[in-house]
Design a protein around this ligand. Structure first.
Ligand SMILES: [Zn+2]
Length: 461
């Protein structure tokens, strides 16, 4: 006869399981609702170190274990407190498709400053970010609070012009000497959208600085050339200082692109440009080189401009390569034609100097090599830093005889001329940069211009 145990109490070793199991389940539920993990993380970030007209604030919250409940961001000054932003999160219900989900990370953003809170006074403010965990039946809701103290500054820094007689040309360079207040963190010259930053004036009193500035070749409005100073709250003062602005509109030139020229320059540049899109016709590729690659190269040069020494490495006028004829000049708007049709427009921003093939190329002035190598449209190129943001570039060379880091004297050979990069024939492309912006090299080749415009304002050793 079979024996049935159904309906009878479990025997022996299985009995304890049924007794303990409910206790374990209750324990898990209690642990689950009490478990908190680490306290919610809060970071308050500000776009500027201080508060002025408008400083963007972002508070980032995280609670990866139980989820965020309520988060808020407040601003206090003195007795006054305002809520800048707040958000509440609900846990999705048991029957929701997203059941059990919670919010682990969130952020609150706000603008702090006189534009948003016109009652703010100079002094200190407190930013207070609060995070509560997701509420549970047994869970503590003790919030976590993080504060950030910031200084409020409402007046722009002091700015005073010390130099006189500023005669500048469109596409040219200049120097201004200024005195700034202690709160200034940035100062210099703004010319249109281009800013040239100041340096400590050698031998000057505290707060005295000077700026070697660029006037962009594309800027024809002299009113757009201003001295400026800014503090860490973004308060900014600008003042006009130019006595005479000489417009110098770009000249124009037309260039016929021949099949043989494209066949010479395109494959050489395409093969040495990582990631270059070599699809389409030679003309398609040429247009990408003349456009995208040119822009990327100028961006590289602008980055290199940070690698400048705060000292005068140059002396006297820059020297033109000997026995050369000036061909193309600075700021020539070139119209490119292919089979009689206009296919492109670009601006030539250097001085083309032609001599004999593979002629020795001397450094135009003393300095330190910051780049020597392949530089896309410039072919084999050398860039020399002359200090205080002034740099010279030598392009299209056949060979280079210096490397980055070398200190060179005026006239020292840095390579031989050639026709590498976007060059039709053997010549040197000489380009001068002030803080990464191309300026007219002719001024720097002219000792009278240097004496009247630079040496009368700052003492170049
Ligand atoms: Zn050129």
């Amino acid at each position: 006869m079979p024996s049935y145990t159904l309906g009878k109490a479990p025997r022996g070793r299985f009995r304890w399981v049924l007794l303990v199991l409910p206790l374990v389940l209750v324990g898990l539920v209690v642990w689950g609702s009490l478990r908190r993990g680490p306290a919610p993380g809060i970071v308050i970030e500000s776009a500027r170190p201080a508060v002025g007209t408008a400083t963007k604030i972002v508070a980032r919250f995280s609670e990866p274990v139980g989820g965020l409940g309520r988060i808020s961001l407040e601003l206090s000054q003195g007795e006054r407190t305002v809520r800048l932003a707040e958000q509440r999160f609900e846990r999705a219900g048991a029957f929701s498709p997203t059941r059990g989900r919670f919010t682990a990370n969130a952020e609150l953003a706000a603008t702090v400053g006189r534009s948003a809170q016109d009652w703010l006074k100079e002094g200190e403010v407190v930013l207070r970010a609060t995070a509560e965990r997701m509420a549970g039946p047994l869970r503590s809701r003790a919030p976590v609070v993080v504060e950030k103290r910031m200084t409020v500054r409402l007046r722009p820094p002091h700015l005073e012009l010390l130099s006189k007689q500023h005669y500048v040309r469109q596409g040219g360079s200049g120097v201004a000497v200024l005195r700034i207040g202690e709160s200034a963190v940035r100062s210099g010259v703004r010319a249109g959208a281009v800013e040239s930053l100041s340096f400590v004036l050698p031998g000057g009193a505290p707060g005295e600085r000077f700026v070697l500035f660029a006037i962009p070749w594309e800027l024809s409005d002299g009113d757009q050339v201003r001295l400026f100073a800014e503090d860490d709250a973004g308060n900014r003062v600008e003042m006009p200082f130019v006595n005479l602005f000489k417009p110098s509109p770009p000249r124009t030139d037309r260039l016929e692109l021949s099949e043989s020229f494209l066949a010479k320059v395109v494959p050489a540049i395409a093969s040495q440009t990582p990631g270059f899109d070599a699809s389409g016709s030679l003309l398609d590729q040429y247009l990408r080189i003349n456009g995208d690659v040119r822009r990327a190269t100028l961006a590289t040069i602008a980055e290199l401009s940070a690698d400048t020494q705060p000292t005068f490495l140059w002396r006297n006028a820059f020297a033109q390569m000997p026995n050369t004829q000036r061909r193309a000049g600075f700021a020539e708007n070139r119209t490119y034609l292919y089979q009689g049709k206009v296919v492109d427009h670009q601006t030539h921003l250097g001085l083309d100097l032609a001599s004999t093939e593979h002629a020795p190329v001397p450094a135009a002035n003393a300095g330190r090599v910051v780049f020597a190598g392949w530089l896309a449209i410039y072919g084999n190129a050398v860039i020399i830093d002359h200090g205080y943001g002034l740099m010279s570039l030598y392009g299209h060379m056949a060979s280079l005889s210096v490397k980055a880091g070398d200190v060179v004297s005026k006239g020292q050979q840095i390579g031989n001329s050639g026709s590498t990069g976007l060059a039709g024939g053997d010549h040197l492309h000489l380009e001068i940069f002030v803080q990464g912006k191309s300026v007219d090299p002719l001024e720097w080749l002219d000792e009278h211009w240097i004496r009247d415009n630079i040496a009368t304002k700052v003492k170049v050793p």
